[in-house]
Design a binder for this molecule. Structure first.
Ligand code: SF4
Ligand code: SF4
Length: 167
């Protein structure tokens, strides 16, 4: 199992870039794509069934999911069903970067809100703007939040600081 995952509970950006599921440079140029940060062999598979494009393959229930980057549209439907909150989508095909992540707190952030983007350890990375809050209730209670960040930060940013009521 990944060393930083065992010691700290999250993976490092370098581990992510060396992982089999990290999309190719060519795929990143073509728009949003899923980043699957599921590094353990655990009995779990809802991400595969949630993908309408067959972009996630799982050979057996305890195998790691494998992303077929050419089939992935970056729709984000797999994000909401992942119990480990281990799937994100990123888009760094243009001048700005965009990160979409699962959000299960209240109050919800709102479109246009300025927020602080944080990394996997909850440490501040940069300011960000909320672009979209998608209600994925049809699958469960998880919302998908998309933020705009500098494109070189999309591998670091994975969440935003907690939003206070009335903020
Ligand atoms: S982002 Fe959409 S297309 Fe890509 S793996 Fe997830 S569900 Fe499939
Ligand atoms: S749903 Fe999430 S935790 Fe389960 S196999 Fe897929 S990526 Fe891993």
């Amino acid at each position: 199992m990944n060393k930083s995952l065992i010691e700290r509970g999250y993976i490092e950006v370098e581990d992510l870039k060396n992982d089999m599921n990290y999309p190719s440079a060519d795929r990143f140029k073509r728009g949003p794509v899923a980043i699957i940060e599921c590094l353990q062999d655990i009995p779990c598979d809802p991400c595969r069934d949630a993908c309408p494009y067959g972009a996630i393959e799982l050979d057996g229930l305890t195998e790691r999911p494998r992303l077929h980057e050419d089939k992935c549209t970056g729709c984000g439907l797999c994000i909401a069903v992942c119990p480990g909150q281990a799937i994100f989508t990123v888009d760094r095909s243009g001048e700005d970067g965009f990160v979409t992540f699962p959000y299960e707190y209240l109050p919800l952030p709102e479109k246009g809100m300025r927020v602080m983007a944080v990394d996997r350890a909850g440490e501040p990375v940069c300011e960000a703007e909320v672009i979209k809050v998608m209600d994925a209730k049809k699958m469960n209670r998880t919302r998908l939040v998309t933020i705009r960040v500098p494109r070189e930060r999309v591998d670091e940013v994975r969440f935003i600081q907690k939003i206070e009521a009335g903020e």
